[in-house]
Design a protein around this ligand. Structure first.
Ligand SMILES: Nc1ncnc2c1ncn2[C@@H]1O[C@H](COP(=O)(O)OP(=O)(O)OP(=O)(O)O)[C@@H](O)[C@H]1O
Ligand SMILES: [Mg+2]
Length: 458
């Protein structure tokens, strides 16, 4: 029988929990303070104890220590009023299983109790992060959502062929990681993987970077230089931010893709290369084609296999898995002993819209690990981390001066509105009511605006 001891000085809470947990099939004992609880525990040691913090005589923290002394395997969950957060943190450091701020969410409480029981019974507490079973990867693709499983399948399949692959997705969704994985799973894995960002190199340099040059091709070309295309021979060339290519470069790229040949600057000889191309963009290339900014023939050349990466908003079930993996990585690399994210912090994360996708989640976890002084990640340090991120990424709102040619007022106001909403969401850690309060609008109005700006789905 699963035994649980509920300790709270408020009779109404005790009763409510007793009824609720008995219905779930637990054998429930109750106590009104730490001393009573300890007496009861000595007679019948419970597997899980759920305790309030502020009680007399003997408060929750003291009770925790006694229980851990008597029966180290018993899992203790703290329930705290907001003012007791510090004590809750101390409790976590003393070995409490988790803590819940009041008022608590019943569904969540039930699930934490359940996992505390599994831990007691020696079962794994959480599923281990399910990296996809791909071979040779330096870094696994994490996620168990159906969307991500589909991406893994596409990676597998495109690794077996040589067709060009186009990877699309918002910033931070993992385009570069996916490109790497395709290469590492392909026959070309022992040859180079070369990345070229089409946005990072100035137009005048792209050509010489890509194709190289012959001595004397231009002033300053004192030697031959091998271009990146040639470096990637027999391997994979990853062309990132392809939507930024100028019309001239689009023509040159088309030739490279069609004929697998190129001529270095200042050279006359045509050189053949054996290259697998992977291309990525966060732009909607179909729209770019329709609006005349991207060549249609090039688009069809590129878009043979297409992998569309879902935003993190579309697959919130991957958030806990990713967060735990990043926590493990950063705790290790920053030499910290943080091994848990409090369930409340996890809930807060799951509600946040992540405009910067996985990269933003990774940054938030990295920053909170760096800041956290206890052994778990708490909502407070997440808030601080997210907020610092806002300052770093958007800074203060720019002083807007009307440009000479004028501006589109509606569009500008839209951009400002979106920017402010994102800042407020970050400050409120995705809590919509608090975001609405910060912006002095009601919840409905906030929802409407979030949908309008693509921050929430209808
Ligand atoms: N599914 C995932 N599992 C593990 N890590 C991920 C996953 N998706 C993204 N990441 C990590 O998130 C970070 C951002 O990913 P990446 O650089 O591949 O994104 P991107 O789509 O190329 O972004 P951008 O458009 O801004 O260049 C990287 O550190 C990457 O390893
Ligand atoms: Mg990228």
């Amino acid at each position: 029988m699963k035994s649980i001891l509920v300790v709270d000085d408020e009779a109404s809470i005790r009763e409510m929990l007793e009824i609720l947990l008995a219905k779930e099939g637990y054998q429930v004992a109750t106590a009104a303070n730490g001393t009573e609880a300890l007496q009861s525990f000595k007679k019948h040691p419970a597997a899980v104890v759920l305790t309030d913090i502020r009680m007399r005589p003997l408060d929750g923290l003291a009770l925790l220590k006694e229980i851990k002394n008597l029966h180290p395997r018993t899992e203790v969950i703290m329930i705290s009023a907001y003012a007791d957060t510090e004590t809750a943190v101390e409790a976590m450091n003393e070995g409490a299983y988790d803590y819940f701020p009041k008022p608590f969410d019943i569904v969540e409480l039930k699930s934490v109790i359940q996992s505390a029981f599994s831990k007691y019974a020696g079962q794994p507490e959480q599923p281990t992060p399910a990296g996809t079973p791909l071979q040779y990867q330096t870094k696994p693709l994490i996620g168990h959502s159906p969307q991500l499983k589909r991406v893994s399948e596409l990676i597998q399949r495109s690794s077996q062929v040589v067709s060009n692959v186009l990877i699309t997705g918002e910033s931070g969704t993992g385009k570069e990681l996916v490109a790497h994985l395709i290469h590492e799973n392909s026959q070309r894995r022992d040859f180079p993987f070369v990345t070229v960002s089409c946005a990072g190199i100035p137009e005048t340099l792209i050509e010489s970077e890509l194709f190289g040059y012959r001595k004397g091709a231009f002033t300053g070309a004192q030697t031959h230089k091998i271009g990146l295309v040639e470096t990637a021979h027999r391997g994979t060339l990853f062309l990132d931010e392809i939507g930024e290519l100028s019309p001239t470069m689009q023509v040159k790229l088309l030739r490279l893709l069609q004929e697998k040949s190129f001529t270095p600057l200042g050279g006359t000889d045509e050189r053949l290369v054996d290259i697998r191309f992977i291309l990525a963009t966060n732009k909607n290339l179909e729209k770019e084609v329709m609006e005349g900014r991207f060549r249609e023939d090039l688009f069809y050349r590129i878009n043979v296999v297409s992998i569309q990466l879902p935003s993190l908003r579309e697959r919130p079930e991957d958030i806990p898995l990713l967060a735990h993996q990043f926590l493990e990585n950063y705790s290790r690399s920053l030499g910290k002993k943080i091994n848990k994210i409090s369930s409340y912090a996890l809930k807060v994360l799951s509600q946040y819209p992540f405009p910067g996708n996985v990269r933003e989640l990774e940054n938030i976890i990295e920053r909170s690990v760096a800041m956290e002084r206890s052994t778990i990640v708490l909502p407070e340090s997440l808030a601080l981390a997210a907020f610092k991120g806002v300052i770093a990424s958007t800074g203060e709102l720019p002083q807007i001066t009307l440009p000479g040619e004028g501006l589109d007022l509606d569009q500008t106001m839209d951009k400002i509105e979106k920017n402010i909403i994102i800042q407020a969401l970050k400050r409120a850690l995705g809590n919509k009511q608090r975001t609405a309060n910060l912006l002095k609008i009601n919840l409905r109005s906030l929802r409407y605006r979030m949908i309008k700006h693509g921050l929430e789905q209808e």
